[in-house]
Design a protein around this ligand. Structure first.
Ligand SMILES: [Zn+2]
Length: 184
């Protein structure tokens, strides 16, 4: 099942707005093989961003990679006819309309290597500078906490000022109102 195609209804198998190489042809599907209820449920499940692919596993890059140019999610291209090395990601905008962005093609194994390389750098930095790392992490956390505290203090000051203003207003009103209510 190719989840990246759109069908209007479970009876209408026409697939729209998809590149031809992503089409899947189903034979002998003249009769509805699922009920409308099942179709609706499937649509609901499809809304889940990290959905299993036909390889029956969630790809680790599915739904979390974005095109740096247009901001659209990168689209995972997999097929049973592909080797693992051929799996790749490309810009979702480009996949729909080749005039709207560039392909931003990257093989998933290349991306995996890049990420592993970056993780290794972080891990070795942490190992070599454990004390410093702990200090930086603690400072960040302390900084965050103190900025939250500063925000709360500012809010409290605002409330105190507002309360004082209201009190002054009430005092003035209580001075004015009795005079007004006095009988002529
Ligand atoms: Zn793009």
């Amino acid at each position: 099942m190719n989840f990246r195609t759109h069908v209007k209804s479970y009876k209408n198998k026409k697939r729209v707005d998809n590149p031809k190489d992503d089409w899947l042809i189903f034979e002998n599907t003249h009769e509805p093989i699922i009920t409308q209820q099942e179709f609706d449920l499937m649509q609901e499940l499809r809304k889940n961003k990290r959905r299993p692919t036909k390889h029956e596993e969630v790809n680790q890059f599915s739904g979390i990679c974005y095109c740096a140019d247009c901001g659209k999610k990168l689209y995972l291209c997999r097929a049973t006819t592909m080797t693992a090395d051929q799996e790749h990601l490309k810009c979702g905008t480009y996949a729909k309309d080749k005039n709207c962005c560039t392909i931003h093609f990257i093989r998933t194994f290349v991306l995996k290597e890049i990420i592993l390389g970056e993780l290794n750098k972080i891990v070795s930095f942490v190992k070599e500078n454990e004390d410093k790392f702990v200090q930086v992490a603690m400072d960040n956390s302390a900084q965050k906490q103190s900025s939250e505290l500063a925000k709360s203090r500012k809010k409290l000051k605002e409330y105190e000022k507002r309360t004082a203003d209201l009190n002054r207003l009430f005092t003035r009103l209580s001075l004015i109102l009795p005079n007004r209510s006095q009988p002529m």
